[in-house]
Design a protein around this ligand. Structure first.
Ligand SMILES: [Cu+2]
Length: 169
């Protein structure tokens, strides 16, 4: 091995080591639920990210930062957070409920369940008030930094369904 290839090998090892440390610290931050910004995103009940599908984006258009959406049955559920990114303390939660054709749905009752996947937390379930035009609003509290899961619980008539969003602050 020449001196030059030796140096290249060392450089590659250093890059790999830095990358590994970076990845581990990111994973740990996520597991511990602290100190890392996780952008608001739609997830499944078990926390798998759901990318916006074409039938969602064709109705919602491009989503603003701090807004995420997903489809559940015939419902399209948009969640917007204000301020964004949020910090510990009070934050506004705005849900817009649409049908598959983009028509507003005004007859639902919605509540939220704010939990943290990495730990057990006291119950945190703000109820939403209907505003107008498919929009529902709640003021909620993030009681600590870390990785939050926002469950949006939607009841229409006898039917209740939930959609989930993840967020780190
Ligand atoms: Cu916590």
């Amino acid at each position: 091995m020449t001196k030059k290839t030796g140096l290249i090998a060392i450089a590659v090892l250093v890059v790999l080591a830095v990358f590994a440390m970076f990845t581990i610290s990111r994973m740990r931050a996520r597991m511990m639920g602290g100190g890392e910004q996780i952008e608001l995103m739609a997830v499944s009940a078990d926390g798998e990210q759901i990318s916006p599908s074409a039938d969602v984006t064709s109705v919602t258009g491009e989503l603003a930062k701090g807004t995420a959406a997903q489809k559940s049955g015939d419902l399209i559920v948009l969640l917007a957070l204000n301020p964004y990114p949020p910090s510990v303390g009070q934050g506004d939660f705005d849900v817009t409920l649409l049908d598959a054709n983009g028509q507003v749905i005004n007859d639902a009752s919605i509540s939220l369940d704010l939990t943290m996947p990495a730990m057990r937390m006291p119950s945190n379930q703000p109820s939403m008030e209907f505003v107008a035009n498919g929009q529902y609003h709640a003021a909620g509290y993030y009681t600590m930094r870390g990785w939050w899961r926002i469950e949006v619980i939607i009841t229409r008539g006898a039917e209740t369904q939930s959609v989930f969003f993840d967020l780190g602050l």
